[in-house]
Design a protein around this ligand. Sequence first.
Ligand SMILES: [Zn+2]
Length: 223
Amino acid sequence: MVPRFFVLKDEYRGVHDAEFGRIDDDDNVGEAARCPRCGDFISMLPWLPPYRVTLDLYGQELGDFMRGVGNSLVSERFAEAFRSEGLRRLQGFHPVEVRRVRRQRRGPKPSIVPGYFLVTPVFGSAAVDEARSCIRRSSPITCNWCRETGVDSIHGVVLEQGSWNGDDIFTARGLPGSIVVSKRFADFVARHGFTNMKLTPTEEYTWDPLRRGPPPSTPGGQA
Ligand SMILES: [Zn+2]
């Protein structure tokens, strides 16, 4: 059977809608990772400790997941279950110190502030099947390993058969900025009822903030 994959996002405008902001000075970052083949950057500048954050709560309560750029936060409950059930690959699990919770809409203070951990999905556990996906790229792919390009729109993604190494959560080669998860991960989220995690099958995933449409070379796409 062909494995199924999902794009993981947070529930925008949901009950657990929240964002985190870093409290640090600008030098508090390490070296970005580079592609072993072409040398291009394949990660953001990694954030170094101390990990101190403010939380902005837009929903009602704080949930199990907060997605950031490069890094995300997961709750203690999520972290424990992820480890004890042996799901594969998230880097970090650094405890973060929550300095302040700001409520951005009217309502009572959140009843619980969970312990949070900073995690980073690994890069490269699978590659995008370019011919079967609808991704509008701002420049052509020049390196077949990292496949780093700017992405203008996404109208469905298929991963290359045989390219997946079995990781349950990762960033795919050719799909920068999106977190992809396995069917096993999706089942894990449903079984535990983890909050603020929205899963869309990769084939149905669309992202097109500027309404550029699908790439011109695909059925339905316009040049
Ligand atoms: Zn490369």
